[in-house]
Design a protein around this ligand. Structure first.
Ligand code: NDP
Length: 505
């Protein structure tokens, strides 16, 4: 298979069973930038079979050896990051500097996973109870063998690596199905891994569309790490249910930013702009809704619109790239037109700001709370800004969403108290998505944003199962699990139960 002029054989599933190929296009120009095989169920099964063998070898290396190899992979990615960033830009359109920032963040998590896997997952002695005092107890976290990772295109390095790095550090082999919009990014990552770990195909990439992903769900892998939309997540869960394959669900969001009366308005406006418009608004944790205390509403809005006027979507050095998926333009247009029809004020941009594959920054006020632009994931560089009487109203509106991925709070005095009342997988106070970038903090959602966690200790445990082992040290004077248990033992246990559990407080 030819990829950017190079021959790729070792890391993508080899010798696809059909000749079917799909083109990848640069969303900014429409030019074809890659062609990849549509891997079939047969190819997926073969990749998983290879991964099973590779996974056995990888698990047997142990934590320290794996960490050394993951460090080598990290160095490969670091050295090749200009190349990788260029492919990211070609395939999904984000500015080069944003692509490099994304890679930098992913490397932080990869390093953390490699360094901390043994501490989090390694065997630990735990205490027995009074009734089982004769047992020595141990818990450890064992790899599933093969983890299937299904990734989105919007952060084609950061999001899949959130699963891949942690699955590898836990001792699994990985079969990765990147989005059909960013297969070259996936293939590049697997190639870099193969250079760092040439011994065995521990990371393989399969390419194709949803059907290839569905085949991975049904392939008998130990776990699926899915990142993508909530609608697809439901289909993935249904497919995994057939084989009782466990799933990690990192799904969509409709994140809000809240501005209290005493907030640093300059910082809040800057964060709102970046949170809403960077990556052309195609960010799972992106700010899509803003709720501002009435006392500072006008000033905040003025600052935000002034800042947004300086940012443009376009080719070349523009800070905002194209919308990656052509069909997303229809969603953005529908949300904007519906909002305007329902009385929204357009402060910047609006339906006319959709120019070909580019959408100029758009800021709307007075959008009804049940409008699609407030309720559904828009995934464009658009913000709705609403006035609230106080932070009770802000929190109620934030929590009214079916989603619960992240949130941002700008407040001086009550930031923590407001954050505590927000129902989401994470909240960053006085900064945008800081919690997603810190390796020790788990990342994930609640409700329709999904379940399970990537990053941090929870992210490592996500790709391993708990295994408990006991060893009997001596025969218990209270032999409980035997048909020879005597009436005397029953009486002693009965008295003990009264003492241990019969008193409250
Ligand atoms: P999609 O849900 O369209 O696709 C996600 C992945 O699933 C792709 O690789 C896709 O393949 C694959 N897929 C599609 N259909 C199936 C199927 N039936 N079975 C198995 N796999 C399938 O999401 P997008 O790629 O458009 O990504 C954007 C979405 O991801 C947004 O909703 C965003 O909020 C969310 N997201 C969530 C994050 C989080 O951390 N919670 C992080 C980043 C994004 P193909 O592309 O080939 O169709």
């Amino acid at each position: 298979m030819v990829l950017y002029g190079r021959l790729v054989t070792s890391t993508t599933a080899e010798s696809p069973s059909t000749q079917l190929r799909f083109d990848v296009r640069d969303p900014a120009t429409g030019a074809v930038v890659g062609r990849y095989p549509v891997h079939t169920e047969v190819d997926v099964a073969a990749a998983v079979a290879r991964a099973r063998e590779a996974g056995t070898w990888w698990a047997a290396l142990g934590f320290a050896e794996r960490a050394r190899r993951l460090d080598r992979w990290r160095a490969e990615v670091t050295r090749g990051r200009d190349d990788l960033a260029r492919i990211m830009r070609q395939e999904m359109g984000k500015p080069l500097s944003d692509a490099k920032l994304e890679i930098a963040m992913a490397l932080e998590h990869l390093k953390w996973a490699a360094r901390n896997a043994e501490r989090v997952l390694g065997p630990k002695s735990v205490h027995a109870s009074l009734l089982t005092i004769n047992q020595s107890c141990r818990v450890e976290y064992r790899p599933y063998g093969v983890v299937g990772v299904i990734g989105p295109w919007n952060y084609p390095v950061f999001t899949p690596l959130g699963s891949i790095s942690f699955a590898l550090a836990a001792g699994n082999a990985v079969v990765f199905k990147p989005s059909e919009y960013t297969p070259g990014v996936g293939a590049w990552l697997a190639e870099a891994f193969a250079r760092a770990v040439p011994e065995s195909p521990v990371v393989q990439v399969i390419t194709g569309d949803g059907a290839t992903g569905a085949a991975l769900c049904r392939s008998g892998v130990g776990k699926i790490g899915f990142t993508g939309s909530t609608a697809t997540g439901k289909r993935v869960m249904a497919a995994c249910a057939e084989t009782l394959t466990p799933v990690l669900m990192e799904c969509g969001g409709k994140d809000a930013l809240v501005v209290d009366a005493d907030a640093d308005l300059a910082a809040a406006a800057d964060a709102a702009l970046w949170g809403g418009m960077s990556n052309a608004g195609q960010t799972c944790l992106g700010v899509e809704r803003i709720y501002v205390h009435t006392d500072v509403y006008d000033e905040f809005l003025g600052r935000l619109v002034d800042l947004a006027r300086e940012v443009h979507a376009g080719r070349g050095a523009a800070k905002i790239g194209p919308i990656t998926m052509p069909k997303q333009l229809d969603v953005i247009r529908r949300h904007l037109e519906d909002a305007v029809l329902r009385g929204a004020r357009v402060l910047l941009g609006g339906p006319d700001a959709i120019e070909g594959q580019f959408v100029q920054p758009t800021i709307l006020a007075d959008v009804p709370e049940d409008a699609a632009a407030v309720v559904e994931e828009t995934f464009g560089p658009t913000l709705t800004v609403a006035r609230v009487a106080d932070m009770d109203e802000a929190v109620a509106r934030v929590n009214a969403s079916v989603y619960g991925l992240g949130a941002t709070v700008f407040a001086r005095r009550d930031g923590r108290a407001i954050a505590d009342r927000i129902e989401s997988g994470g909240v960053s106070i006085n900064a945008f998505v800081a919690h997603a970038t810190i390796p020790t903090l788990p990342l994930g959602g609640v409700r329709e944003s999904g379940f399970g966690r990537v990053h941090g200790p929870d992210g490592l445990r996500e790709f391993a199962y708990a295994k408990s082992t006991t060893r009997q040290l001596f025969s218990s004077p209270l032999a409980l699990t035997t048909f020879t248990r005597s009436a005397r033992v029953d009486a002693v246990v009965d008295r003990l139960v009264s003492v241990l559990h019969g008193r409250s407080g």
